[in-house]
Ligand binder design. Structure first.
Ligand SMILES: Nc1ncnc2c1ncn2[C@@H]1O[C@H](COP(=O)(O)OP(=O)(O)OP(=O)(O)O)[C@@H](O)[C@H]1O
Length: 267
């Protein structure tokens, strides 16, 4: 579904050159939920912007269903961290969700259906006529998720979407993402700096190195598919996986080679 091949991004800001991403290669199959974690500043947002077609890579390519991404592709939706800046304050909740559907040129009756379904799916059926600023932070982020879901994307990109909400709301939203993913069968690339969140949500976790960034490790999350906050997080395997990811991120920060790279060296 999504192929990232040899992606490199260098920012050229006058005298200052930043090689944010050195060489990233990974693939997402249709219907997968993959989380991406890495040390702060390792280029997670840069990567997501390249995947979303909002930023042109210096070299390498992104393919969506085999077609190169050169601008925002029609089958992709993004949920950003800052819900306060991604919703239009002068539009009601329902109108915010409807806007991309209008741009897609869908007939009015179908738009109505999609808006109603998406708001019901995120538990906001009764907030359709409210303005975003009348809602709590967690509710606003639900609106942003509803807007992405109503768009019926093939790939959903999420950039630290729960970083600005409280822990309780965050846990609810994590479960909402997994429930929607199960229901819709959408492919999700979820960027987070939260190791527990990555292991709780993902089928796989891609661990990035420090900048200039490469994929340090691809980890399969071999936890049962049915997850819940209490039991999954108390599962000994969950603890083992989160400890492993934490160790890798600490090692990445110290610039130590990844286990596979060390193995390669020994051979
Ligand atoms: N527009 C830009 N111009 C120049 N450098 C940039 C630009 N955007 C990002 N960078 C640099 O690229 C590197 C990666 O930044 P990016 O925001 O992608 O990382 P991140 O992993 O998302 O960070 P965080 O975890 O702190 O949110 C950083 O060194 C940053 O300073």
């Amino acid at each position: 579904m999504l192929d990232v091949r040899g992606l490199k991004k260098v920012y050229n800001g006058g005298a200052r050159q930043v090689e944010a991403i050195r060489d990233l290669t990974f693939t997402l199959s249709a219907g997968e939920l993959v989380c991406l974690v890495g040390p702060s500043g390792c280029g997670k947002t840069t990567l997501l912007k390249c995947v979303a077609g909002l930023l042109t890579p210096t070299s390498g390519e992104v393919l969506l269903q085999g077609r190169p991404v050169t601008g925002p592709p029609p089958g992709m939706a993004v949920v950003f961290q800052e819900y306060g800046r991604s919703l239009f304050p002068w539009l009601r909740v329902g109108e915010n969700v409807d806007l991309p559907l209008r741009q897609k040129g869908l007939p009015k009756a179908r738009r109505r259906e999609l808006v109603t379904e998406a708001l019901a799916a995120v538990g906001l059926a009764d907030a359709e006529s409210a303005y975003p600023w009348q809602l709590s932070g967690g509710m606003q982020q639900r609106v942003a998720i509803a807007r992405a879901v109503a768009f019926e994307p093939e790939v959903l990109l999420m950039d630290e979407p729960f970083a600005a909400v409280d822990a309780q709301t965050r846990a609810d939203l994590e479960d909402l993402v997994r429930a929607l993913w199960h229901k819709l069968g959408v492919t999700i690339l979820f960027v987070t700096h939260d190791i527990d969140e990555a292991v709780y949500l993902g089928q796989r976790v891609l661990i990035l190195s420090s900048s200039p960034t490469v994929v340090r490790e691809e980890l399969t999350v071999d936890l049962p598919d049915t997850r819940d906050q209490l039991h999954t997080r108390g599962h000994p395997r969950f603890t083992a996986l989160r400890t492993h990811v934490q160790e890798q991120i600490q090692a990445a920060k110290r610039g130590l080679p990844s286990p596979s790279a060390a193995g390669d060296g020994e051979e």
